[in-house]
Design a protein around this ligand. Structure first.
Ligand code: V0V
Ligand code: CO
Length: 143
């Protein structure tokens, strides 16, 4: 059911500034960037390679789009300091994984998956279910 760690998300006030840092300091690449109004973020997928290959883990650099964003709230709680916000597990069938996890008592944030980066379907486990970590489930579009 679980494929790999899809991304680790870094929350910061300025995504462009962080992306520039990853490119100039580590030589990493921007694979994708997108604004997601529903999630209240601008997010940039970064990786050491210029193309996403099987089982590759990315860093999701993200910043809040507005003050109502959950990421704005998170940053405010951390005195505006950037840091690791969540990790995302790539799954092949988010509906099946969600059903199994619910059976096992895991609390998912949404009844149905929502729109994630690149047209993915996403949901989150509440940090209490993740033992203090916010864990996302993400399923790539099937072609
Ligand atoms: C909050 N908590 C966290 C946390 N955020 N723990 C670990 N990691 C985080 N990122 C803890 C917090 O310390 C509290 O613990 C408790 O959860 C409640 O937090 P709160 O500050 O009162 O905040 P809430 O409850 O208003 O919101 C927290 C949740 C919210 C997780 C419900 O952030 C949310 O809806 N997140 C899911 C959406 C999201 O994060 N979107 C941005 C990424 P105590 O004090 O009670 O112990 S979008 C994305 O990743 C995309 C598009 C993608 O990858 O495709
Ligand atoms: Co994410």
């Amino acid at each position: 059911l679980f494929i790999c760690i899809d991304h680790v998300a870094y929350a910061c006030p300025d995504a462009d500034e962080a992306s520039k840092y990853y490119q100039e300091t580590f030589g990493w690449h921007e694979l994708h960037r997108e604004e997601n109004p529903e999630q209240g973020v601008v997010e940039i997928m970064m990786a050491p390679a210029a193309k996403l290959t099987e089982h590759m883990t990315q860093v999701q650099v993200m910043a809040p789009l507005n003050d109502e964003s959950t990421v704005a709230k998170w940053l405010a709680k951390h005195n505006g300091r950037a840091g690791l916000h969540h990790m995302a597990w790539r799954v092949d069938d988010i509906d099946a994984v969600s059903a199994t996890l619910r059976e096992r008592g895991v609390q998912l944030l949404y009844d149905e998956p929502k729109l994630g980066t690149g047209g993915n379907r996403i949901n989150f486990m509440h940090p209490k279910s993740g033992k203090g970590v916010l864990i996302e489930l993400t399923q790539y579009p099937k072609n």
